[in-house]
Every structure is written in C-alpha cells, then in structure tokens.
Design a protein around this ligand. Structure first.
Ligand code: COA
Length: 134
C-alpha cells in the first residue's frame, strides 16, 4: 500500500501534553483505519484534563465546536494529545486539542492527525452549571 510521505512537524511548545495512547486493532473501522468515534472519545478525555484542574469537581462536555480529521490514525501509531485553554467563561472552559501521531516504524517523526475545540461546563450536584472559582 502506498502512502504520501509527509514531513515530520515540530510538536507545540505552548501546549501541555495531556495524554498518550496507542490504538489497537479493536479500534478499527471497516477501512482498517482507526474509527473516528474512538479518536473523538480520546480527544474528549484529553481536552478535559486542563479544565479539571480549574473546575475541581463535576463537569460535562457541552460542545464540540470543531473537529478536523487531517490524517488517518492507524493501528500502532503512538498518539500524543496536546491541549491549551483558549477561553475561561463564567461556568465554561474552552480547550484546543491537537493530536500528533508517530507512525509504526517511524517513531520520533510526528504528523498532525487531528485538531479540535471543545467546551466543558462545571456542574453542581444537580447537573446545573456552576461558576468556576477564580
Ligand atoms: C452542560 C449543561 C449542564 C449546560 O446547561 P445549559 O443550561 O445549557 O447551560 P447554559 O446555557 O447556562 O450555559 C452554560 C455555559 O455553557 C456554555 N455553552 C452552552 N451551550 C454552548 C454551546 N453550544 N457551545 C459552547 N458553549 C456553550 C455557555 O456559554 C455557558 O458558558 P459561560 O457560563 O462560561 O458563559 C447541559 O447542557 C447538559 O447537561 N448537557 C449535557 C452534557 C453531557 O451529557 N455531555 C456529555 C455528552 S454525551
């Protein structure tokens, strides 16, 4: 199978590495690539890490503002999830997430595979929005 060779990119220096994971065959779609829903679940988890440090309690994902699958994800890729808070509102926090893959047998070279923006809301015991402490 041929593949367009893409140059390796530098990893972000202004974002936090919040998750690393390697997808397995059980995470594949019918094409043999990794199922987009699996990637979205990992991005949702990765995006929650920085807000969790401010919210310090229950929160919920209220919106996926943008989600771009730039390149397929493959079995055996080492995925690195970088995140950055872009907005803190009264009850919500919006995060940018970028995902980079090190392909099998090309570890050390990074390709951006996904980028997304998600918003999380701090919620109280009744599931209602609550203010985020300054
Ligand atoms: C999250 C939830 C509690 C928010 O309740 P709500 O009554 O819609 O909240 P509000 O309209 O008061 O908005 C709360 C915050 O979310 C933000 N928000 C609401 N809808 C949004 C949207 N579509 N996009 C971005 N931000 C949004 C608001 O701007 C506000 O932020 P701020 O206080 O920082 O200004 C409620 O929508 C909910 O329970 N949703 C389901 C969450 C869930 O189950 N997530 C998992 C998906 S399976």
């Amino acid at each position: 199978m041929s593949e367009t060779i893409r140059p390796s990119v530098d990893l972000p220096t202004d974002q936090d590495l919040v998750l690393k994971v390697i997808p397995m065959p059980a995470d594949c779609n019918a094409n043999g690539d990794i199922f987009g829903g699996w990637v979205m679940a990992q991005v949702d988890l990765a995006g929650s890490v920085l807000p969790a440090r401010q919210v310090r309690g229950r929160m919920a994902t209220v919106a996926v503002n943008e989600f771009i699958f730039k390149q397929p994800v493959r079995v055996g890729d080492i995925l690195s999830f970088f995140a950055k808070i872009v907005k803190v509102g009264r009850t919500s926090i919006t995060v940018k997430v970028e995902v980079f893959a090190e392909r099998f047998r090309s570890q050390g070279d990074y390709i951006k595979v996904t980028e997304a923006s998600l918003t999380y809301v701090a919620i109280d015991e009744n599931g209602k929005p609550r203010p985020i402490a300054a």
